[in-house]
Design a protein. Structure first.
Length: 165
């Protein structure tokens, strides 16, 4: 056999270990970057959905305050709501049994929105109307186990409403 055929065989060899490791490293960096972007997009989408639910809670909050009556609302009151906004109850009634309570409550693990209702400083209230400031904060607890979320990690939405005597 001729010696130059041996050299031709070495010239046709595959990728070196270093080249393969560099290619795998570049692919790993690309995958990690894509996963990081995907995670932030999911968080942003969830935040938009939660904010929409908080805005839609306004009508349910007004209905619950009207049901509670003027005397109960004149003092500061608290409410809680489910994540989908389907149920809003006063904090005093939240522990009622959902199947037998009148009105039904919300189990602690399902309380997602924390709603604080206080008298608004401006515009001022008068004898026939109480102007209220409503502060909706979320998430109060994370499903499915109801683990409480720190105050600093909650989002907030505020609006004003009024209850007539």
């Amino acid at each position: 056999m001729r010696s130059d055929s041996r050299f031709r065989f070495q010239a046709q060899r595959g990728l070196s270990l270093v080249e393969v490791l560099v290619a795998v490293g570049l692919c790993a960096v690309a995958v990690v970057a894509a996963v990081a972007l995907f995670g932030s997009a999911v968080r942003a989408t969830r935040e938009v959905g939660d904010r929409r639910a908080a805005v839609r809670l306004g009508e349910r909050i007004d209905a619950e305050l009207r049901r509670a009556g003027f005397a109960a609302v004149a003092a500061a009151t608290g409410l809680v709501a489910r994540a989908d906004g389907s149920r809003v109850v006063r904090l005093e009634e939240a522990d009622n049994d959902p199947s037998a309570g009148t009105p039904p409550g919300i189990p602690a693990a399902e309380r997602y929105f924390d709603i604080a209702v206080t008298r608004a400083l401006r515009p001022p209230s008068d004898a026939t109307c109480v102007v209220l400031e409503v502060r909706v904060r979320w998430p109060l607890a994370l499903p499915p186990d109801g683990a409480l979320v720190l105050e600093a990690q909650r989002s907030e939405y505020r609006f004003h409403t009024a209850i007539n005597r």
